[in-house]
Design a protein around this ligand. Structure first.
Ligand code: B12
Ligand code: SF4
Length: 443
């Protein structure tokens, strides 16, 4: 038997290349490969870097879905199903919208694949593929098999999972919905083995909230320290309150930590159920503590809550410039299906599209709902302007100089290439048509 794994891309502008900084190794596919029995032949098409061979000789097609890639996934599935080849889907979108996804494929695995993948393959071989498999949540005691990436060129960063889920319940977050606001630790030996097997010295520890469980986090940092790697990860501002934790993070090789500041406005933080971000105390002081520990910050902000207006975007930009963050994202709010945010906006009749991810004419970078104090178009362009300003040569220079000594020399060099690349991509990303132009070169 042969199965074909596919990672669909978001979309691209006609004649242009796919967004460079999105081309990371897809851990999801390496996990599915590892779960597949050796006697089953596998092949993999990464839609972000290569053309899909729709004529390939295969028995079963398995597609991973995110909400942004759902439209593309459905189109790919249609072609294979017209050839009589069954299609299975899983991933974030399929889990959040299983009934919609089932309209476009033969079977869905909702949740984590680990404990049902083998059964799904056996059912398929026995001619009794079920429509819906309920996978587990947070069980992942295997090593991903990255041999499936052979011959594909990704960014030179190794992805290693350290945890799944998050203990918080921010109203816009798909993770909190998928993992029911719980955090699941991963066995530290597996983490160490994965790092040892990694191709690159620079590692992205995949975790939605690395500091969700303090004792577990300290254990990971102790286990990783002897490996002498440099890593980036994702946490929350709460880590700044804990000096011992910060020191252990740094000792273990932490260089950059992604922190969702989201908003500087208290009412907005309340509305998104992230009030813990201001309850922690003086924000400037917390940022300083992280920087003083020798850790750079990737700050993320989101705009579109009910108290956002022209001023709030600018306030966040000034805050990011004042602290000379290593990098920052100025995103507009997007209602992902299944989240409390989506349900609230739908109930209030504020969605521009019922399903923006399938809507004809919906482009990356556009708002999919009406904010209260500002128009959708204006907010989209303010976010774009903030990104441009933050990556303008003068701002990048100031940030680069501030990072000198804060991060290791390797990360300091990386700062320039990364920030210049991100700056160059701002307009390339704006208005990318979702699901379009992917069956053409260049990739
Ligand atoms: C690393 C990462 C990235 C990397 C690389 C992405 C990649 N494709 O490899 C970068 C930084 C480039 C990135 C970019 C973006 N990302 Co991202 N990213 C992640 C992150 C942190 C880890 C992904 C991962 O490797 N997980 C580990 C694997 C093993 O878990 P998994 O994918 O869930 O797979 C399991 C199950 O879902 C299931 N499964 C998955 N697929 C399939 C398929 C089949 C057939 C089956 C049966 C089962 C199955 O089984 C797997 C094993 O249990 C996730 C959050 C997270 N913790 O997962 C966000 C996440 C996937 N990203 C997200 C988003 C929104 C984005 C961006 C759109 C952000 C933006 N505004 O630009 C872009 C889009 C880029 C693109 N798609 O081209 C959202 C998606 C939400 C949604 N509803 O779709 C997530 C969930 C983050 C969040 N907080 O909500 N991202
Ligand atoms: S802290 Fe981050 S990962 Fe956790 S629920 Fe909030 S946005 Fe999601």
């Amino acid at each position: 038997m042969k199965i074909t794994l596919i990672l669909p891309a978001i979309g691209k502008k006609p004649g242009q290349k796919y967004i460079g900084t999105w081309k990371m190794e897809p851990l999801t596919i390496a996990v599915l490969k590892a779960l597949t029995p050796a006697e089953v032949e596998t092949e993999f098409f990464d839609d972000r870097i290569e053309l899909i061979d729709y004529e390939t000789n295969t028995d079963l097609v398995c597609i991973t879905t995110e909400t942004y890639t759902a439209k593309r996934a459905y189109r790919i599935a249609k072609v294979f199903r017209e050839r009589g080849i069954p299609v299975v889907m899983g991933g974030y979108h399929a889990t959040l919208c299983p009934q919609e996804t089932l309209e476009y494929c033969d079977s869905v695995i909702a949740g984590n694949a680990e404990n049902v993948w083998g059964k799904m393959l056996a059912d398929f071989q026995n001619g009794c593929l079920q429509r819906l498999y309920q996978g587990g949540i947070g069980e992942y005691d295997i090593h991903p098999d990255k041999s499936i990436f052979h011959g594909k060129r990704y960014l030179p960063v190794s992805l290693v999972e350290t945890g799944r889920g998050c203990c918080h319940s921010c109203d816009f977050c798909s993770i909190s919905k998928f993992y029911c606001s719980k955090y699941y630790c991963r066995d530290h030996e597996l983490i160490v083995d994965d790092i040892k097997a990694s191709k690159y010295k620079y590692t992205f520890l995949v975790d939605d909230n690395l500091v969700a469980n303090r004792a577990n986090a300290m254990g990971i940092f102790d286990a990783v320290e002897p490996l002498h790697i440099k890593w980036a990860g994702q946490g929350t501002l709460s880590m700044a309150k804990d000096e011992e934790l910060l020191k252990a993070m740094k000792r273990s090789g932490c260089e950059i930590i992604l922190i969702g500041f989201e908003s500087l406005n208290e009412a907005n933080l309340n509305q998104m159920n992230k009030s813990f971000n201001y309850a922690l105390g003086e924000r400037d002081e917390l940022v300083k503590r992280i920087h003083d520990a020798g850790i750079g910050i990737y700050a993320t902000f989101v705009f579109g809550y009910d108290n956002d207006d022209e001023r709030t975007v600018n306030d966040a930009l000034e805050f990011a410039k004042k602290h000379n963050f290593y990098t920052a994202a100025f995103n507009h709010l997007l209602p992902f299906p299944g989240t409390p945010l989506y349900n609230r906006l739908k109930q209030d009749n504020r969605l521009i599209y019922d399903k923006w991810w399938l809507a004809d004419g919906y482009n990356y970078g556009e708002l999919a709902f009406h904010p209260k104090l500002i128009s959708a178009e204006r907010l989209s362009s303010l976010c774009r302007d903030a990104r441009k300003e933050f990556s303008a040569p003068g701002t990048v220079w100031n940030r680069g100089m501030a990072s000198l000594g804060r991060t290791s020399p390797l990360l300091w060099w990386l700062f320039w290439s990364m920030n210049l690349r991100i700056g160059g991509e701002v307009d390339q990303k704006m208005n990318v048509p979702i699901g379009e132009n992917l069956d053409e070169y260049p990739k």
